[in-house]
Ligand binder design. Structure first.
Ligand SMILES: Nc1ncnc2c1ncn2[C@@H]1O[C@H](COP(=O)(O)OP(=O)(O)O)[C@@H](O)[C@H]1O
Ligand SMILES: [Mg+2]
Length: 102
């Protein structure tokens, strides 16, 4: 689908950049006039994905993380977080709701 507006951010996998990514996504999404609840959900999703890249993708080194934010027609907001790290051994374990329970 064609994006009405988009942004791409590339940053090193330092834990200090996690809050930056969260704030940047929320600031970009503000143009859609989201509710506080929607903004909270977005911040949580970005935080989880970026933290995964920092902690799991590059456990012993600093690597590149790329976050893409897109606004599509109909007010759809799309976020992708990409890394070039160690990869996911067990995809089933990584699926939402299928991880370890605590
Ligand atoms: N970006 C990533 N690179 C490598 N492995 C990942 C990545 N994201 C998730 N994983 C794997 O999927 C598992 C589940 O991730 P998640 O549901 O976020 O739980 P948690 O981070 O608490 O372990 C992780 O423990 C890890 O093994
Ligand atoms: Mg995680």
């Amino acid at each position: 689908m064609k994006a009405i507006n988009s942004i791409k951010l590339e940053f090193p996998s330092k834990s200090s950049n996690e809050s930056f990514a969260r704030a940047a996504a929320a600031a970009f999404a503000a143009q859609l006039d989201p509710t506080m609840e929607e903004l909270g959900d977005l911040r949580t999703a970005v935080s989880e994905a970026v933290t995964n890249a920092i902690v799991h993708a590059y456990p012993d080194s600093i690597g590149v993380i790329c976050m893409k934010l897109r606004i599509l027609e109909g007010g759809v907001f799309e976020v992708s977080v990409r890394d070039w790290g160690r990869g996911i051994d067990d995809l089933e374990k990584a699926r939402p709701g299928r991880g370890r329970r605590s």
